[in-house]
Write a protein that binds this ligand. Sequence first.
Ligand code: WT7
Length: 653
Amino acid sequence: MNTTAQAIEALAQETRRFPPPSGFAAQANAQPGIYEEAERDYLAFWESWARKLEWMKPFTKVLEWNEPFARWFADGELNASVNCLDRHVRAGRGHRIAYYYEGEPGDRREITYGALLDDVCRFANGLRKLGVKKGDRVAIYMPMIPELPVAMLACARIGAAHSVIFGGFSPDSIVDRVNDSQCVALITADQGWRRGNKVPLKANCDVALAQTPSIRHCIVAKRVGDPVEMQAGRDLWWSDVVAGQSTTCEPEHMNAEDLLYLLYTSGTTAKPKGIKHTTGGYLTQVAATHKLVFDLKDSDVYWCAADIGWVTGHSYIVYGPLCNGATSLIYEGTPDFPDKGRLWSIVERYKVTILYTAPTAIRTFMKWGLEYVQKHDLSSLRLLGSVGEPINPEAWMWYRDHIGGGRCPVVDTWWQTETGSIMISPLPGITTTLPGSATKPLPGIGADILNDQGESVPLGGGGYIVLTRPWPSMLRGIWGNDERYREAYWSKFPHQYLAGDGCRRDEDGNYWFMGRIDDVMNVSGHRISTTEVESALVSHSKVAEAAVVGKLDDVTGQAIVCFVTLRGGETGSKALADELRAHVGQHLGKFTTPKYLTFTQELPKTRSGKIMRRLLRDIAEGRMLGDTTTLADSSVVKELQERAKLEAGKDEG
Ligand code: WT7
């Protein structure tokens, strides 16, 4: 697709503004002045946050920058599990609840910091006994059960890097990831619960294990209880691994730059990238951002409703909240089990005060309707967060009005697996928010918007978002592939990290993310963001969700193709399709009127809820399909293909 134009056209106008409520502002962790403080000396700013961690050997150096490789606090030593657990227990906070746990079938547990430390030590001792040692990699493929953070922290305690593989991935995905980084052990569960069904985790591992010679042991936590195959010598029950183990375990002294974990994410090729995160800088920034962006207090019940298998869960269910001694919630299942009010019943039961979820979830709740929300008391909530994709103003307003009761600040947080922590987001006691904008870079963060020539685009314009200086939780590279690291992030513009997103800044310097740069269309020389068209569609009262892609077009270069789901499960009509196409034209300018519009019951999404635009583009253009193993529901694709064929046929006829 053509990415050579000057700047991305910003078409929507958003005039609503929400200053922080005065009561919230007065008590907020982040107070005005923090931006100036960080800007005066960003290294001193990060140093002060790093000093709040517990170091076994204090660091004397803050940053060594050998572009594009950063080393933060590089002569310091610390252990992540000690920072997450021991220091709270030693401070007399061992009885504090670290996690409320709710399984999908309704089973509940309360896990204190003291109990979590005991569990981590016992499992860490068990791993050591199996021969897992400092410097090894350990794969983890588990459902959302308490043993998952226990396994991660146990690895951290003994200096083994974890590589969590989301429980929705296929055996092939396990094989690729395990073999790429040569993991020595694989930790899993018998099965997991998902929408009342049993997910065959161990059986998937068995298929994978036939092709992963580096794995010596597979450790299996019992979650569901059905019998599973156990290969003698290789496979061990979790309960046997911890049996008789002590609840004390000497933590490894880790260098700040030792690998804490790998997390694989997709790039532009079929081979996933093993993103490397190290210890000191990562903990510094996840703890700082968790405290500042979510305004965490001891009295909070914090819920990040993501899966720990993605970076959001690593940073904002495990490491950030535990570093801060937070009380968090972990829920195993889907939001529609046993009914579509599950999340709201959880908020009510645990009196959740801070909720962090994704736009795709919010739009799904909108589609389901208010009745499920209104049945529950959500008055405990005081702050709402969004992450994962651009949030359209309508979803933002719905979230604010119907979940937040109009009283909670909404923080739209932009970041990536690669950045490790939140980079661009409001600070809820300071920032005036605008529906659909992630607002400004956080204190200490440098960002800019560049055009194709690498020049900074003045306020009011759009282009490529870049990060202009190193940050503590930045990726340290791609496992085994420094060249790909340089190529993907540091080659397009000299000395700038290329995030891969299109973004516009308004006259006040607020950032408006517009989707990945390969999701920008060029229609008759006009650059139009797929996100803006989606947002326009979703602003129509009948539309629940929309995905927009560009399709090659002889006349206009690209034509806009829309896939739309309707509220209340309606099926749509030719008249409504015309109305919606016109609606987009009215909203964004006539030239944006989509050429094609297809109704569908569901959009193809990855298990993490991202709309698979690449797949939709392939469907729109009638090309062969690539890998769809991460599709949540692959029947959706078949349906869409059929419909797209019909549409294209009409065109030719
Ligand atoms: C990509 C990163 C961040 C953790 C979960 C996703 C998109 C993420 C936002 C946001 C607009 C966003 C970007 C980014 N994205 N948050 N608030 N507004 N876009 O992590 O899988 O590494 O994806 O997600 O396109 O590049 P990820």
